[in-house]
Each structure stands twice: as structure tokens, then as C-alpha cells.
Write a protein that binds this ligand. Structure first.
Ligand SMILES: *Cc1c(COP(=O)(O)O)cnc(C)c1O
Length: 439
């Protein structure tokens, strides 16, 4: 899977104090065991050096928000211009994380307030967020759950998971369960298999989603064994988190290929980050690379108001500008939805450029991506149905069960074993009419 580059070999040799083979480097447990958590190891591995003053400040920052980077993700950093490198900026602490603005909040999305039992955030009517792990292989500097990073690095025990499952079981309206964390793929395959099996045993759970950054920061986590396990629990969807085209490598492509080949629909959530991807050209290249790898760009997030993220925030207008450069200019399925996750827990709110210029009772004035102004003539007659929710009287058919493709008709029906009809009789048959008269 993928290449084991010269710079990766150098990093591995420094970590182990001896040369190691490709298979060890590509062992996700080896990667986790050797996550880089100290400034001096970071410097040594990358062959860079910071000033003593810089180092002191970084160490101060790390006391509040710890650092962890997988050797793989670290190996993607361009040493020659590391300060502007998108991977470096997502992985390495910045003293500005300690600046707290008046608008900053520890839990801007009020996830803790919308939590009926430990591990569940139930905000929307029909779906829940299920935090199955408090750990990540890498601590993103822009993490919205920064408040939790490091202070309880643990996998919730079976008792806590069981209580959360019980909540889902008791709430028939939950048809979509989103495994989140931390990173759910920090769990070992057997533990995850158990959780997925329990979820699949709940009849009203139709869809399971997994939100993970493993394809980006530790693609070797996507193993054949994991794939075989996930396939047993379909429909399973996976959403990942690429922020920059440089995060797409031969190893991450391979991980995405394995997931897609397993029939798992893939989506991507990108966070708009100042100094990293706040550029229409970078974003366009990212979405193109994603769809090339069968990943559908799902959301583009405005950076949250979490504490320690102020230096990553852009004005909302930057996101609108990026959307303006994508919509119409490229394939519809390559365009994510730009959202602001409402502070206070209101959920995700889509924000788009305006395409509707004006409207009257029979005409709409629109503009397209090129700036062409056009009109749409509305229908002269439209009978608006009075709706009293008595659907059996309505000529729109609210029949939601699948159509019966196998229902045989005519002679086919008489020949079939599964239909009990024994004869076909024309509607105007006289003998039948006499029967009706008598009856
Ligand atoms: C994002 C989110 C979801 C899923 O929302 P979708 O728009 O369906 O992807 C569910 N619950 C919470 C709390 C969320 O933040």
C-alpha cells in the first residue's frame, strides 16, 4: 500500500534508532505507539530548529492543548517551508491558541447540554452523534472539541456504551447514528464490531455513519480486516476530513479505494482555515482530488467559536467567495454545502451565495455563476391543494412501502407458484354479473 519514501525511512530510523522495514512503518499500531508529542522530537524528526523563545512559547501552549502527530502525517510536511505548510499548521501548536477572544466558548455547539446520556448528543429529530472514543491518533490544532483533548484520553468502557445504546434503543425516532469521538477508528476492530452489531440489532436504526480522520492522518488504519468487518454492517457511510490537496497521498488514495470498493459511500468534511485552505484555487483542487477518489465533498465548515481557534477563523465572506468559485464552475457533486454550526446548539445552517435576484407573482429573476441574469416564468395556473393531512382522500399517493416488482399479472400470475389466483375473468362477464345480482 503506497510508497515508503526516503523521508519516511529517515523518520522511522530516527524513531527506532535502527532501520525498519516498510511493513512496520505501515503498521498502524506502530504509528500510534510512536506518535510525536514533544517539541524536540518534532524538530529532530523533521530536521528543523526553532528559536529558544519559540520553543518556550510552544511548550506553554502544549500545557493547555497537548500535541500528538502520527509519524506518517508528520512525514508529509515540506521541511523547506514548514512554517507555511498546511500539514505543519494543522499539527503543530501555535502560541495564538492561548489567545481567548470575547466571543470564544469552551463548548460553542452546546454538545454537552444536548447530551441526554454520556456519549450521546441528540440535537436533530432523527439522528444522534454517538461519541465512542475520546482519543485521536493526531490532535488537530483546529479541533472544535479542543476542550476535551488530552484530559480524558480513554475509550469509554462497555457500561457507558451500553447505556448509550439503551438510549438509542428506547428512541424509535433515531434512524441514523453517527459514530464520532475522538476518532471511532481508534477502537480495535473487535470492539467496533461489537458496537456496530449492537446498533444493527436495533430495528429502527437504518443508517450508521462513521466520522474519522484516519484516511488523512493514518491511512494504514484501513486494513483488510477492518474492511471485512465494516462490510458486515451495511449500510455504513464514512465521512472523513481532508482540508488540503497535499493531504492526498498514494497511501490515503489506497485507503479510500479500499473503503469505496467495500461499497461504503464516502463523504468529506473540510474546515475553512485561515492560512491553510482559505483560497478558491486550493479548494477547487481539493474537491477535484476528492471526487477522483470517489469521495463526495459533503460540508465546508465555517470555523467554530471554540477557544483557541481565533487565528484560524476567516470571515464568512471567504467561504461564500469559495462557494461562488465552485458552484456552476465545476461538477455539482464536487461542491460541498457551506455551513455555520450555530453557536448555542442550533445545528448546521447552510450559507450560500444569492442566486435569486427578485420575484413577482408570476416571474422569478435569477443570475447564474457567470453573472447572466435570467427569468423563469411561473405557471399561470397552479392549484394549491388544501392539506388537512387526510392522505387517503388525496390523489397524491402517500404509499411509502416499496413497489412490488415481483407482483405477476395475467397468465404469468396463473403460472406462478407464489400467487394463489386460479382464474382470470373479464370484468363484463355475464355469469359474474348474475352472481352479483343474486348476492
Ligand atoms: C453534524 C451533526 C449531525 C449530523 O448532521 P447531518 O447534517 O445529518 O450530517 C448530527 N448531530 C449533531 C450533534 C451534529 O453536530
Amino acid at each position: 500500500m503506497g510508497i515508503y519514501s526516503v523521508s519516511q525511512q529517515k523518520i522511522a530510523t530516527q524513531i527506532e534508532q535502527k532501520q525498519i522495514g516498510k511493513s512496520k512503518w505501515k503498521d498502524w499500531r506502530w504509528q500510534l505507539k510512536h506518535c510525536v508529542t514533544r517539541v524536540d522530537s518534532f524538530e529532530a524528526l523533521l530536521g528543523i530548529s526553532l528559536t529558544p523563545n519559540e520553543k518556550r512559547k510552544i511548550e506553554m501552549t502544549m500545557r493547555k492543548f497537548p500535541m500528538a502527530v502520527t509519524p506518517y502525517y508528520l512525514s508529509l510536511i515540506d521541511r523547506d517551508d514548514f512554517r507555511n505548510d498546511p500539514v505543519f499548521r494543522q499539527a503543530f501548536p501555535d502560541v495564538r491558541e492561548l489567545e481567548i477572544e470575547a466571543c470564544d466558548m469552551a463548548d460553542p455547539l452546546a454538545e454537552d447540554q444536548d447530551s441526554p446520556v454520556a456519549g450521546i448528543t441528540h440535537r436533530y429529530p432523527d439522528r444522534v452523534l454517538f461519541h465512542v472514543s475520546n482519543v485521536c491518533s493526531m490532535y488537530c490544532r483546529h479541533c472544535t472539541r479542543k476542550r476535551k483533548v488530552g484530559d480524558m484520553d480513554s475509550i469509554p468502557g462497555r457500561e457507558q456504551i451500553k447505556a448509550a445504546l439503551e438510549y438509542i434503543r428506547a428512541h424509535q425516532e433515531v434512524r441514523d447514528v453517527l459514530l464520532s469521538g475522538g476518532d471511532p477508528l481508534m477502537l480495535n476492530d473487535d470492539y467496533l464490531d461489537w458496537i456496530l452489531t449492537e446498533l444493527r440489532n436495533i430495528e429502527h436504526v437504518q443508517v450508521i455513519r462513521i466520522g474519522t480522520r484516519m484516511p488523512v492522518v493514518l491511512p494504514y488504519r484501513i486494513t483488510d480486516n477492518l474492511i471485512e468487518m465494516l462490510k458486515k454492517h451495511h449500510p455504513v457511510w464514512v465521512n472523513t476530513h481532508f482540508n488540503h490537496p497535499r493531504e492526498i497521498t498514494s497511501s490515503s488514495r489506497e485507503a479510500l479505494r479500499m473503503l469505496a470498493d467495500a461499497g461504503i459511500p464516502l463523504g468529506n468534511q473540510t474546515v475553512l482555515l485561515a492560512g491553510i485552505n482559505d483560497c478558491p484555487r486550493i479548494m477547487k483542487s481539493l474537491v477535484h482530488k476528492l471526487v477522483e477518489n470517489r469521495v463526495r465533498p459533503y460540508y465546508l465548515y465555517q470555523c467554530d467559536l471554540s477557544e483557541g481557534l481565533s487565528h484560524f477563523r476567516t470571515p464568512v465572506g471567504k467561504g461564500v467567495e469559495i462557494m461562488e468559485s465552485l458552484i456552476g464552475h465545476t461538477s455539482g457533486f464536487a461542491v460541498p454545502t457551506f455551513v455555520i454550526d450555530a453557536p448555542g446548539g442550533g445545528g448546521k445552517i447552510p450559507v450560500n451565495p444569492n442566486y435569486l435576484i427578485s420575484l413577482s407573482t408570476n416571474k422569478v429573476v435569477l443570475r447564474n455563476y457567470e453573472g447572466v441574469i435570467t427569468t423563469y416564468q411561473e405557471p399561470d395556473r397552479y392549484e394549491n391543494k388544501f392539506c388537512d393531512r387526510k392522505c387517503d382522500k388525496c390523489n397524491l399517493k402517500l404509499k411509502l412501502e416499496d413497489s412490488q416488482e415481483s407482483a405477476a399479472t395475467g397468465i404469468e400470475m396463473l403460472l406462478s407458484d407464489y400467487d394463489n389466483t386460479i382464474s382470470l375473468t373479464p370484468a363484463d362477464n355475464e355469469r359474474m354479473e348474475r352472481r352479483d345480482e343474486r348476492g
